[in-house]
Structures are given as C-alpha cells and as structure tokens.
Design a protein around this ligand. Structure first.
Ligand code: GAL
Length: 418
C-alpha cells in the first residue's frame, strides 16, 4: 500500500514539474535531452558515443545531456534512478532491461506507452517478436530496444590455456572443473576470475543453465522448477567448486577488472556478457591472438539473453526530444553505430551481419538458432526486488560457502516474489 501511494505521489509530482516547465520549459531548456545509462567507460562508452553522434546528426536541434552513473550492470545507477523517479525528477529517457526489470517500471506507472511510436516507425515489422514481447505489458509496448546481449560466454586467454595443454573447450561444468584443476596444477593461481556480487550472480546463472538445462532453468522463474530440488543442490555445489578456483579479491572488483585478469595473463577464464567483446575491441585486442571465447561449458546451443532498451518516463522533460532519442535508438544507423562498438548484436532484423566483427557474426547466427533463455543478472528473468534478494544471498555465500543456506535463501526469495 505504502509503495503504491509513494509511486502515485511521484507520478503526480512529475506531472506537476513538467507542467511548470521544470527541465522542460522554454528557451534552451527544451533542447536538452537528458539520457540516463550506466555506460561510462571502454566499449560501453564507445557504444553510447556512437549513438549520441547519430542522434546529433539525425536531430541537430537537440542537445544530448549525459546522465550516466558508473558501475557495471547498473549496480549504482539503478538506485540513483529509483530515487529520481520517486521524487518526480525523471530524465528524458533511461536505460532499462527488457523483461522483469522493465515490467517493474511499467507496473509502478513510471513509463509511457510507446505503441504508436512503434507503428509510426514500423518497428513491429523490424524487431523480433520475442524481443518485443519482453517490452510489452497488457498489449502495450513500453520501450525501444538498443541491442541484444548474450550472458553465457567464457572469455579466455589462449597463452594461459597452453600452460595446461588445454586445447579444446569443455562441454560440461564437470569437464570444465577438471580443466580448472589442471590449470591450478600448472601454476595458474587464478584459473577463473570473478568480480563483485552481480558478476557472481551471472556466473551462478550460467551454472544453473548448464546443470538444469534450458527448461529446468526457465522453470525457476515461472515456478515450474523446485528451488529445493536435488538438481539445484548439485548446481550450487558446482558453483561452490568454481568459486574455489577464483580470485579472493573479487568483492572489490567490477567486471572490467575481472576481464583484465584474463588479458593480463593472470587468469585463464572469465564468465561475462558479450559487452566484453566491445571492451576488448576498444583496447585493440584481437580475437584468436589475444583472446578466445566459448559458451559456458554445458550451455552450447543456449543463448542466455538480455536486451538494453530506452524508455519514455511519465513526466519526462522534453518529451519531443526524448522521442527523437528513441527514434535514433531504433534506427538502422543508430543500431549500427552503437552495436559495432558495444559487442552486442543489433535488434533490427534488417541489419547487415558483415558490418560486425567475427564474434558478433557468430552471435547473430546463434541468436537465430539457439534456445533462448532470460538472463537473471541482467533484468530479463525477474523483477528488480527478486534479483536484489538473490544478489544478497549470493554475496553472502561468498563468505559462508554454505550451500544449504544459499539454497534455502534462494527458495525463500522465489516464494516471496512469485
Ligand atoms: C548490463 C547491460 C550491458 C552492460 C553490462 C555491464 O546490465 O545490459 O549493456 O552495460 O551491464 O555494465
């Protein structure tokens, strides 16, 4: 009840602000388009810059205002955004993940319906049905997808693998654990690198996919798979074993630091989404020579999906400018400028695959043929509240290493958010 009235209050405050011209008033103010993301460095920033330069070209009368808040996966940005929305001070547009995360904002009455913009831009014909479905609530479409990312990817250093004579990718978590043991024996101190809590959640989600299979994993989110089951216990034990091969300084690191472990030759593997491809490109590193990739062992043929999208908040300052931004995001030119740098693949089905790097060309193919499952760590599978509970249980597990306790916490998180 309290939450509902707070949200309603924020919406009213936002409308009042807009009506009084707060941020959206006359003169130069109306030209500003404030866009909120968490893309501040490396390939992420390069991608955003690409989108911004397309926006400037397509809509020169508007001024892009960058409201990015640093921190991988929106770990800081989402809190800042929540308080801005609650106090009725939304940006012109903000980044949100397709799926459960977006649904939260919609259900809270914080977003405007974009169905007519879709019609006018012909996007219903250009974007894959499954993606549009993850942006739709009660028949209305609420955001514009910028990309498609894959979360179940291992990035590896070929020279480090050589030290343990590892020549082919493992095809299951248990085979992978054997390779990690070989690396340790060959003197590699950190066979697998990981960073702060949300990256551990991402690692765990890929182990759940590998061990439960796509249906078992998807069932965790719609209640069909029992969180207390023995197959989940096995996956959590596998996760515990993987964690024992990781760096102990993980809690102080963000994802680029964990990738750096691999590129510096200090670790063999890191599990991270394919924004890593954008980061590696930005550093001038080349596929095959400096890095290789494989699906997380046991998840070949499965595409752990997430998509970044942009919204039109209720009470958005400069609504016309915000819509212009959204048009750039959905345009062929905008998607190319963004995704060629970001490591993701374009959402538009009329994109030209040869504009993209080898890794991305493969991802385009895989997205078309793999079984698609929703990413947990990146807002596709569950609501923000459910993910927050899972993240604190997983973070806690990093200290306790108590599998029974973790399983109980995950099961009770599922119960309270279903
Ligand atoms: C994800 C986001 C990606 C990338 C990543 C690391 O949540 O969807 O675009 O930014 O976080 O920050």
């Amino acid at each position: 009840m309290r939450r509902i009235s707070l949200v309603a209050g924020a919406v009213v405050a936002g409308l009042l602000l807009a009506a009084c011209g707060g941020g959206g008033g006359g003169g130069t103010e109306t030209k500003k388009v404030e866009v909120f993301t968490w893309w501040t460095e490396g390939g992420e920033k390069a991608g955003l810059d690409g989108l911004v330069s397309t926006f400037k070209k397509q809509y020169p009368k508007y001024k892009f205002v960058n409201a990015a808040v640093a921190g991988g996966a929106g770990s800081n940005a989402k809190n800042v955004l929540a308080s801005r929305l609650q106090s009725g001070q939304p940006p012109s547009s903000f980044q949100a993940h397709a799926g459960g995360e977006l649904a939260d904002y919609i259900k809270a009455g914080q977003l405007q319906d974009l169905s007519s913009l879709y019609k006018s831009q012909g996007w219903d014909q250009k974007f894959p049905e499954g993606v549009v479905k993850a942006l739709t609530y009660q028949g209305k479409i609420y955001s514009v997808p910028a990309n498609i990312h894959r979360a179940n990817v291992v990035w590896a250093n070929p020279s480090v693998l050589k030290k343990a004579n590892i020549t082919k990718p493992a095809d299951s978590i248990s085979a992978w654990i054997k390779d990690l043991a070989k690396l340790k024996k060959a003197g590699v101190k950190t066979p697998l690198s990981v960073a702060t809590d949300w990256t551990q959640v991402q690692l765990l989600e890929t182990v759940l996919i590998a061990d439960l299979g796509p249906d078992g994993y998807s069932g965790l989110w719609d209640g069909k798979t029992d969180w207390n089951g023995s197959d989940v216990t096995k996956a959590l034990n596998d996760y515990k074993t993987l964690l024992s091969y990781t760096n102990t300084d993980r809690s102080g690191l963000d994802w680029p630091d964990a990738v750096k472990y691999v590129t510096d030759g200090k670790a063999a593997y890191n599990v991270m989404g394919d924004w890593t491809a954008g980061a590696l490109k930005e550093q001038g590193l080349s596929q095959d020579k400096d890095w290789i990739w494989m699906p997380v062992p046991g998840t070949d043929g499965i595409f752990d999906f997430l998509a970044d999208s942009f919204t039109l908040p209720v009470g958005a300052p400069n609504e016309a400018g915000a819509k212009a931004w959204l048009k750039t995001v959905g345009s062929a030119e905008g998607q190319k400028a963004f995704n060629t740098k970001k490591g993701s693949i374009p959402v538009r089905t009329d994109a030209t695959a040869s504009d993209y790097d080898a890794y991305q060309q493969q991802a385009i193919k895989d997205f078309g043929s793999d079984t698609v499952v929703p990413s947990l760590a990146h807002g596709a599978a569950v609501s923000i509240g459910w993910l927050t509970d899972i993240t604190s249980a997983v973070g806690e597990f990093g200290n306790s290493k108590d599998v029974a306790k973790l399983q109980k916490a995950l099961a009770s998180a599922a119960d309270s958010h279903k």
